[in-house]
Design a protein around this ligand. Structure first.
Ligand code: FUB
Length: 345
C-alpha cells in the first residue's frame, strides 16, 4: 500500500483490519530488531521523530537522534520503553540520522550496532556496549573500520560465530561503494551510480565479526541472491531484489536471509546453506504496509516464531512516523514461510 494512496485510506477501518496494533504509542518506533535474551524479549528499533526535514528520495526526513530499547516479559505482556539507550551527541564520529540498529549478546555484554552519517555525510556503522540489554550503551570512539552503508543485522550462528549483514541502496548509499571506495562524484541522487536494470542487482554485504564484536574479521563480501534458475537477481527485478533491511535467521539447519525490496514495498526472503550464501529467492514474508518503508526482524520466542515489523497507521500514513508491531509467523512443512498480509481483507 504505497503512501501515494493514503488520501483514500479510512484509518479507523484500517486499524480495525490491522492484524496487530503498535507495541507502544507514546513514541514512534520503526525498523524493529527483536531478540530473545535470557527469557525476555528485547526490541531494538529506530526512534522516529519529526525533525522538520524536507522529504526527499535520499531519506533526509528520517532524521532520528537516539535509540530506545523496548522490552517485554512475554509475547502478551505490555511493551516497556526503557528510555534513551544511546544519543547521537554521545557518539564522537556520528553527526546525524541514527537509522535502523540491531543488537546482540556475548559473554554477558550487550552490543548495539547502528548506522549514522559522519560529519562528511557518509554512512558508517558503529558499535556501542552495555552490561544491560536495555543500555545505556557506550559508543566506541570510531565507526567499525571499513564499514559503510546502513541497516546492520548481527546474527549469531550455532558455532558461536557472529556475522553482520548490512547495506541499503538509494539513501543508504550502497550504490556509491561499487568500486570499494565511496564514489563522491555528482549527482547526489538516489538513482545515480546504480547498475542498469538488466545488470545483476547490488548485493547486500556480509562480514564475520572479530571475537570482541568490534570489527570486521575480513573485508565485507557480497551476499548473492539467485533466482529459481540459479542466475543472480537483476537490478530491474524490483519486486525481488535487495533494497535494505537485512535480517538472518536459521530454521531447520537452513539460513534464511530476509530483506526489504524498498520501492516495491515488500519483505522477501531467500534460503541458503551457509552464512555467506549464495541464497535462492524463496518468496514474500510480508505484503506492503501503510508508509513507504518496510523493515522487519524474525525471532524465535519459546516455541514460536514472530515477525516484528512497522507501519505508519498510527500517524495516519506519515511515512517517517512509524510504529512497531508483531505477529506470529509460520514456516510451512516444505520450509517456505507463509506470506503475511498486515491488513485483513
Ligand atoms: O529508518 C530509516 C531507514 O528507513 C532504515 O534504515 C531503512 O531500513 C528504512 O526503514
Amino acid at each position: 500500500m504505497p503512501e501515494n494512496s493514503i488520501e483514500h485510506i479510512d484509518f479507523k477501518e484500517l486499524n480495525e483490519k490491522s492484524i496487530s496494533q503498535p507495541l507502544v504509542k507514546h513514541i514512534y518506533t520503526a525498523d524493529p530488531s527483536a531478540h530473545y535474551f535470557n527469557g525476555k524479549i528485547y526490541i531494538y528499533p529506530s526512534h522516529d521523530v519529526d525533525a522538520g526535514e524536507a522529504f526527499d528520495d535520499l531519506g533526509s526526513h528520517f532524521a532520528m537522534e537516539d535509540y530506545h530499547v523496548i522490552s517485554m516479559d512475554t509475547v502478551d505482556s505490555e511493551a516497556l520503553d526503557n528510555g534513551i539507550a544511546l544519543h547521537v551527541d554521545d557518539v564522537a564520529w556520528a553527526d546525524k540520522q541514527m537509522w535502523a540498529p540491531d543488537a546482540n549478546e556475548k559473554d554477558g555484554k550487550y552490543y548495539l550496532f547502528f548506522p549514522a552519517k559522519g560529519y562528511d555525510g557518509i554512512f558508517k556503522i558503529g558499535v556501542a556496549i552495555s552490561d544491560s540489554p536495555t543500555g545505556p550503551f557506550t559508543s566506541q570512539p570510531e565507526a567499525i573500520k571499513d564499514s559503510f552503508s546502513i541497516d546492520p543485522a548481527v546474527f549469531k550462528d550455532d558455532d558461536g560465530s557472529y556475522y553482520m549483514y548490512f547495506g541499503g541502496i538509494w539513501g543508504g548509499q550502497l550504490q556509491r561503494w561499487r568500486e570499494g571506495v565511496f564514489n563522491a562524484s555528482e549527482p547526489d541522487s538516489p538513482f545515480a551510480h546504480l547498475p542498469a536494470d538488466d545488470e545483476p542487482a547490488l548485493c547486500p554485504k556480509v562480514a564475520k565479526m572479530t571475537d570482541d564484536l568490534l570489527e570486521f574479521a575480513h573485508e565485507a563480501k557480497d551476499l548473492v541472491i539467485l533466482d529459481e534458475k540459479g542466475d543472480p537477481l537483476l537490478q530491474g527485478d524490483t519486486d525481488k531484489r535487495f533494497f535494505e533491511a537485512a535480517w538472518m535467521h536459521k530454521y531447520n539447519g537452513k539460513y534464511y536471509f530476509s530483506y526489504s525490496t524498498g520501492d516495491s514495498h515488500l519483505i522477501c526472503y531467500a534460503i541458503g546453506d551457509n552464512p555467506y550464501g549464495p541464497f535462492t529467492y524463496a518468496g514474500k514474508v510480508l505484503e506492503p504496509v501503510v508508509g513507504w518503508t518496510s523493515h522487519h526482524s524474525i525471532c524465535k520466542i519459546e516455541n514460536d516464531w514472530y515477525l516484528f515489523y512497522h507501519d505508519s497507521s498510527l500517524s495516519k500514513g506519515t511515512t517517517h512516523l512509524r510504529s512497531v508491531k508483531m505477529t506470529k509467523i509460520t514456516h510451512l512443512s516444505d520450509g517456505s514461510i507463509e506470506t503475511i498480509n498486515p491488513y485483513r481483507a
